[in-house]
Write a protein that binds this ligand. Structure first.
Ligand SMILES: [Zn+2]
Length: 359
């Protein structure tokens, strides 16, 4: 789905929601009793599925909100129930960023280079955040696909998100970074320092339990297996400066995940005339089941990720590369003309459910 079609599809999906539940960025306001849930997809330009999955998930919630009640006594149900849709709408303010990397996506669309991962400047946005930034789990070589950028938060896309995290009235409860390439549910931390020390966020046990439960339902309903665990344990290599580590460690989000929503069953065989595309994205005949799996996984995570009774600490605790909120806000507001242009693009794709302003 191209960037332009994505926007139209999101508008169409949100049209299914009750009008009073949808707020555009310019119309919003903040409430102190809201709980925030944030989705971010398409950090990596070549991963087309996550944007599609997010928009279709919003569409599925809209359809379920209008559906008749359908009680079920089974724990193994694919898709969104009316009850869960209403619970999500009534519990959370959803912040949707379907396309975090608009100029990287534009480059992929213009060149058909489906191996391109970074933004238009070649920076891997998922190595540009202030959490162990620039460590051994990233590259300082601008030609590397894991190039971390010249400085921490050097890119307007990442600066925008850091500013967003520091501007919320309440901390986020759940943060989902949507990716594709394998079937994994990654929990923080992924960075090289935590990899060596075995560190995990305070809420790790509850976050892991929610992920295991969601993966179990997906396996039962779709026959698709997701590996679940701390990224430092699941992945063969460390990743420094990632957004989901930053959200968990510096922004104190109790449930922060990186969801790898889809993977080719045989990546080696997938390479061919389409380059990397079949490695990171389902082909036409695989799309519907891939979206169904993504919908079940996300909805089950939301159902199981119960916020802790003790609210998150108001300030970041000391951890690898942590940056105080005030500094984050200052970094995020250092706006170059390109940064402003990207921020406008991001705002234009940021739609809200319930009543919160989009930064
Ligand atoms: Zn990715």
């Amino acid at each position: 789905m191209s960037a332009s079609r994505l926007r139209a599809a999101l508008d169409e999906a949100l049209a299914r929601w009750p009008a009073e539940s949808v707020t555009r960025p310019a119309e919003g306001h903040s409430r102190k009793d809201e709980q925030f849930l944030s989705f971010v997809s398409a950090m990596h330009a070549r991963e087309l599925l996550p944007s599609h999955a997010l928009v279709s998930f919003v569409d599925e919630i809209g359809r379920a909100l209008q559906a008749p009640a359908s009680p079920s006594d089974s724990d193994c149900v694919a898709g969104m129930s009316r009850e869960l849709a209403h619970w999500i709408r009534d519990t959370y303010t959803l912040h949707l960023l379907p396309l975090l990397n608009p100029d990287g996506r534009a480059r992929v669309e213009a060149t058909s280079n489906y191996c391109w991962r970074g933004n238009a400047r070649g920076v891997d946005l998922n190595r540009n955040f202030p959490w162990a930034w620039g460590g051994e789990g990233a590259s300082h070589n601008p030609r590397s696909e894991e190039y971390c950028g010249k400085t921490v938060l050097s890119e307007p896309e990442s600066a925008f998100l850091a500013g967003y995290a520091s501007s919320l009235v309440n901390p986020l409860q759940i943060f989902l970074s949507l990716h594709a390439g394998v079937h994994h549910i990654y929990l923080p931390f992924a960075d090289s320092i935590s990899r060596a020390s075995g560190a995990a966020p305070d809420n790790h046990a509850a976050a892991l339990a929610a992920a295991v439960a969601a993966a179990g339902t997906v396996a039962c309903a779709h026959g698709v297996h997701f590996d679940v665990g701390r990224a430092a344990d699941l992945s063969e290599y460390p990743a420094d400066g990632t957004i989901f580590d930053f959200m968990a460690g510096a922004a104190n989000v109790p449930f922060s995940y990186a969801l790898e929503l889809w993977g080719a069953s045989n990546p080696a065989a997938a390479e061919g005339s389409l380059g990397c595309n079949p490695i990171f994205n389902p082909q036409d005949f695989e799309l519907a089941p891939a979206l169904a799996v993504a919908h079940t996984l996300i909805s089950e995570l939301l159902a199981n990720a119960v916020p802790p009774s003790v609210p998150p600490a108001p300030h970041p605790r000391a951890a690898p590369g942590a940056v105080p909120r005030a500094t984050l806000a200052a970094l995020a507001s250092a706006a170059s003309p390109r940064a402003l242009k990207i921020a406008d693009l991001l705002r234009s794709t940021c739609h809200l459910a319930a009543s919160e302003t989009c930064p």
